[in-house]
Design a protein around this ligand. Structure first.
Ligand SMILES: *Cc1c(COP(=O)(O)O)cnc(C)c1O
Length: 461
């Protein structure tokens, strides 16, 4: 018997109470937070959809594995267990843990920059990835397909590279100036939209022709593999593990925030296919930055939990429910005519707040206004992915305008139930009905970089 509602392939054996504070208190807390949900205390949040990063629930197998952590500084048996799992999944020879995704980035990305003025191409650079590219003195250029930001236009793989544009750009900057091509799977900034295997193969072919290394930024590689199985005819009957392996065949280097598809609360990974020289360089770099190469900033027990989590994230039943719950929330919002990125991606629903609140100019941050309204409505915390996040142009110091003013409702893994998501939908629908009354925000305090984390605002009246 098939149920219309997605059914989780797990049951609950440990619970963490959550509670909602009343409306008056929420108003007070939001004012204290300077109208910036990042500054709310988590105990004042009822349902926290700020991020899917490190916020998921571990399985009892992972909790059991924690007890087996070998806390040796060097040569921990927990490392060798993790190494074996990563080698089997990726087919890559060299493995190093890192404390999280950006830890892996700070070790590897500068190691690829051989001279000043080099360029990285990506479908879309994730923000910390872009930061490490720029800190290393290189430039970050995005070459995603134009359909990516046509929100109600159906495309099965909106995360894809524009291959024609990529080749044009490689020729424009000259191949010897390209430090690498970064395949972000799934494409986080575009709404967790997947990249097809066909497209990844196309990137691989170009990269080989021009002798450019390919980096897979694969925080959500398992979710990407699931979408390939679902939407790419040729791979319908293949296992997630096979598809994952083919994805890795298209790259040379794998960087991962294990806080996503590693199903752990903290951790990251570096894997290198076979470039011994690069591995040795990274081994030298990782010691002062993250730690000795067999722990990379993690406790032995963290590596044990990650080794188990990486396997669990490839489970078809798990992925089926994971993707279905995101789609479920998306469908509830679509039924109420709320504009969202479609098809819904793998880890979040992206709401187009620019379309929802045309009365609020981009530099008064419509998505931040909707996030605040959603918190007041139901104690729900979401996050702005729009012009506030984008920051100012370093040359003109003007506010840059994002393509879209998104509010991201990010779904932690194995954490909330469909009842929680129904509640989120109900609250957002109620905000949507009052959308004409929402007002913009002006800075009371703005930090020079990464302003979205610490900014304080007042409501523009
Ligand atoms: C989260 C993420 C990162 C950075 O990882 P952290 O663990 O947050 O440091 C890099 N790339 C992508 C695509 C991500 O989603």
């Amino acid at each position: 018997m098939q149920s219309k509602r997605p059914i989780p392939p797990y049951r609950i054996k440990m619970v963490e109470p959550i509670r909602i504070i009343d409306r008056k208190e929420r108003e007070k807390k939001l004012i204290e937070a300077g109208y910036n949900p990042f500054k709310l205390h988590s105990e004042d949040v009822f349902i926290d959809l700020l991020t899917d990063s490190g916020t998921g629930a571990m399985s009892h197998f992972q909790w059991a594995a924690l007890m087996k952590g070998d806390e040796a500084y060097a040569g921990s048996s927990s490392f060798f267990r993790l190494e074996k799992v990563v080698q089997a999944i990726t087919g890559y020879l060299y493995v190093m843990p890192a404390h999280q995704g950006r830890g892996a980035e700070q070790v590897v990305i500068p190691a690829l920059v051989k001279h000043p003025g080099m360029v990285f191409f990506s479908n879309i650079h994730f923000d910390t990835t872009r930061a490490h590219v720029e800190l290393s003195g290189a430039r970050a250029i995005d070459v995603v397909i134009p359909e990516c930001f046509e929100l109600d236009h159906y495309h099965p793989f909106k995360g894809n590279f524009d291959l024609v544009e990529l080749e044009k750009q490689i020729n424009a900057v000259k191949a010897e100036n390209v430090a690498g091509i970064i395949m972000t799977i799934t494409n986080n900034s575009a709404g967790g939209e997947p990249v097809s295997l066909e497209n990844m193969k196309g990137v691989r072919k170009l990269a080989q022709a021009y002798h450019i290394p390919v980096i897979i930024d694969g925080a959500r590689y398992a979710e990407n593999a699931y979408f390939i199985k679902q939407r790419e005819e040729a791979y319908r009957d293949c296992s997630i593990r096979e598809i994952a392996k083919w994805q890795f065949d298209q790259g040379d280097i794998f960087l991962m925030s294990a806080k996503k598809d590693g199903l752990v609360n903290m951790g990251g990974l570096i894997a290198i296919k076979n470039d011994r020289h690069l591995f040795e360089l990274c081994q030298t770099r990782i010691v002062p930055m993250e730690g000795f190469p067999t722990y990379g900033g993690l406790a032995g027990r963290d590596m044990e939990a990650m080794a188990v989590g990486l396997e669990e994230a490839l489970d078809l039943d798990y992925l089926t429910y994971r993707i279905a719950e995101c789609e479920y929330l998306g469908n509830r919002l679509l039924e109420a005519k709320i504009p969202i990125q479609t098809p819904v991606g793998g880890h979040a629903v992206f709401v187009d707040c620019g379309a929802m609140c045309p009365q609020i100019p981009y530099d008064q941050f419509p998505a931040q206004a909707v996030c605040n309204a959603l918190y007041l409505e139901g104690g729900i915390r979401a996050v702005e992915i729009g012009s506030l996040l984008l920051g100012r142009d370093p040359d003109t110091s003007q506010n840059r305008q994002a393509d879209r003013e998104f509010m991201r409702l990010t779904i932690p893994r194995r954490t909330y139930t469909l009842e929680h998501l129904d509640y989120v939908a109900d609250c957002l629908i109620s905000v949507y009905q009052k959308r004409h009354e929402l007002k913009g925000l002006a800075f009371e305090y703005e930090s020079p970089i990464l302003r979205h984390f610490t900014a304080r605002f007042r409501v523009v009246t």
